[in-house]
Write a protein that binds this ligand. Structure first.
Ligand code: SF4
Length: 335
């Protein structure tokens, strides 16, 4: 669970029950509580880039979502569902390091009823087709769930929907609050996993893979659709043995279960590399442009991917090993 060092409440957030509940939860704890009339977040200490990053990561903002325009979320869903933005995790490779500015605080939105009502309008617009919403496009929503309840509200909301589906991804294990909800099979929970070496080197502040798998088992037993995202895959010496170890762990725990896989090789942009080096100057993340293939992405900027022959080999490797336990249809994609 995310225990921030400071919480900044937008004044308007306290007009909502969720905002008041969060205040009630933290009011007697040893946490700095700040109230912001304007809603502008100016109270995070500024010093070096690295300090701003770590102070930002220790800050929770409780606010009201003003825009009801949902961003698209291809290819995994139709729209992003804005419940939370930012994350307490400190994964060196995280794309949020580029998206969230110099002080990457976590912000939870308290006007959840309005957000979900708005989701219904998007569903109506796409009828008779189904509409899928992604709850983790700009965050990991699980660490704040014990005191916001936003994820639970979304899960039960879509549980009652005829044409709306919900999905989110997490690396965290505080799943107790969502286990007894009426989801009616309309929510898919995916756990992001990696090898112990990668978790130790790059995924600071996140749980061990064994604990993520235990949490996944609880979620499956609660009747949710379950998936695993193996990402980002790094091709380092001995990577095959270590990723095979992950697949074996999942296979031995979930054989005969209906689960899905998404597998994503590591990639980076020039801008991400610059930002990562500012915050983690001693990082050993592999980001040597000359060893990668450059490709223009859909948003007009280029990414550095592993070379085609490496990706093709990686695809064969994951297909062969996953097929030992699950059928090929369980693999949504390998990129
Ligand atoms: Fe980013 Fe996910 Fe790590 Fe959070 S847990 S820092 S969202 S990669």
């Amino acid at each position: 669970m995310f225990q921030p060092k400071r919480i900044i409440f937008e004044k308007a957030a306290l007009e909502y029950k969720t905002g008041r509940d969060i205040l009630e939860y933290f009011k007697d704890k040893d946490i700095q509580l700040i109230y912001s009339k304007s809603g502008r977040v100016t109270q995070i200490p500024e010093d070096t880039a690295s300090k701003m990053y770590f102070e930002g990561k220790n800050t929770l903002v409780v606010g009201v979502r003003k825009s009801y325009k949902f961003q698209s979320c291809k290819p995994s869903a139709h729209y992003q569902l804005p419940l939370v933005s930012g994350c307490m995790g400190m994964c060196e490779y995280c794309y949020l390091n580029t998206q969230m500015g110099k002080k990457p605080y976590t912000k939870v939105y308290v006007n959840i009823d309005e957000i979900l009502n708005n989701a219904d309008k998007y569903i109506e617009d796409r009828l008779p087709d189904a509409t899928i919403f992604e709850g983790a496009a700009t965050s990991d929503p699980i660490p704040v769930e014990p005191y916001t309840g936003n994820l639970g509200r979304a899960i039960t909301h879509f549980g009652k929907s005829n044409n709306g589906y919900f999905r989110f991804v997490t690396k965290f294990t505080d799943v107790e609050n969502i286990l007894n909800l009426t989801h009616n099979g309309r929510t898919t929970v995916r756990f992001s996993v990696n090898t112990n070496k990668i978790i130790k080197q790059f995924e600071h502040g996140t749980p061990k893979v064994e604990d993520r798998i235990k949490a996944a088992m609880k979620v499956l037993n609660a009747g949710y659709n379950l998936g695993f995202i193996i990402a980002p895959v790094f091709l380092y010496p001995n990577w095959e043995d270590e990723y095979k170890g992950i697949i074996d762990k999942i296979g031995s725990n979930f054989i005969n279960s209906h689960i899905s896989f998404e597998i994503i090789s590591h990639r980076f942009t020039k801008r991400a590399k610059e930002n990562i080096l500012t915050v983690y100057p001693k990082t050993i993340l592999p980001m040597e442009e000359e060893t990668r293939k450059f490709k223009f992405g859909q948003f007009g900027y280029g990414k550095y991917l592993y070379k085609d022959e490496e990706i093709n080999y990686m695809k064969r490797f994951f297909k062969e090993n996953i097929r030992k336990y699950f059928n090929e249809a369980s693999i949504n994609y390998i990129i």
